[in-house]
Design a binder for this molecule. Structure first.
Ligand SMILES: [Fe+2]
Length: 249
């Protein structure tokens, strides 16, 4: 079972990250994942045409696509412009998803808060409990912001609140997800919430600088990237796929 994850495209009118998206999608068309999950921040500044361009690109993939909004998304535009890609996007309310893909359950929890840049998982824990109640397969849990401090101050200021409550809730269920898979950070990063592995997917827009513990703001030498998760026999291995910016871009 191969689940691709892309995140933080942040398409804007200069189209540079759209070109990176198209290169990633071109690669995935040949790779043929069983599903694709997009973990938010698709388009900047509520640019309607940007959502259309992202939808066009995602529709060229021959697999189910599951979408979560990020704190930079316009949920109304996302609903209207991406309905053809993800018809299950609800007309109102949070954009959670739950999907079964050949022995694996994919869960997405929308932690966006209207008119705020931070996220909050607390209001969605009842949904998560009911979504997990009858899951008998291994599960992957997707969300935009990681549910803990990432160590980069500017991102943590708009992080996801109530990660501890998320952990307590997950610990009451009969089986923990194999991993919590996020975006938002614009860099691949790896940690844990309790015993649950947490990973952030790199971005398709230019990565963020690694501003940790007062270290210098060094130039970013990382390439945009995405993840491919392989799940087999209840074991998860995640692979980073880099998308170096092409010379013409
Ligand atoms: Fe974000």
């Amino acid at each position: 079972m191969l689940v691709a994850q892309i995140s933080d495209i942040h398409v804007r009118p200069d189209l540079s990250s759209l070109q990176t998206l198209e290169r990633a999608i071109g690669w995935l068309r040949t790779f043929r994942p069983d599903a694709l999950v997009v973990t938010g921040d698709l388009v900047d500044d509520g640019w309607r045409h940007g959502y259309r361009l992202v939808a066009e690109s995602l529709r060229s993939l021959d697999c189910p696509v599951h979408l979560l909004p990020g704190n930079g998304d316009d949920l109304q535009l996302m609903r209207s412009e991406l309905a053809a890609v993800a018809p299950w996007i609800s007309a109102t309310g949070p954009m959670h998803f739950r999907a079964a893909v050949d022995g694996l359950t994919l869960l997405g929890v929308d932690v966006t808060v209207a008119d705020e840049s931070y996220g909050d998982v607390l209001p969605h824990l009842p949904w998560l409990i009911s979504a997990l109640a009858d899951v008998t397969t291994p599960a992957l849990l997707f969300m935009h912001q990681p549910p803990f401090r990432i160590g980069i101050e500017v991102l943590d200021q708009v992080g996801c609140r109530n990660g501890t409550a998320l952990l307590s809730t997950l610990e009451t269920t009969h089986s923990l997800p194999l991993a919590i898979l996020c975006g938002h950070v614009h860099r691949p990063a790896f940690g844990r919430l309790g015993t649950i592995p947490v990973q952030t997917c790199g971005s398709l827009c230019p990565p963020n600088p690694l501003l940790l513990e007062g270290r210098a703001d060094l130039p970013v030498i990382d390439a945009p990237s995405f993840l491919v998760h392989e799940v087999s026999d209840g074991r998860l291995v995640s692979h980073v796929v880099s998308v170096p910016v092409s010379r013409g871009a």
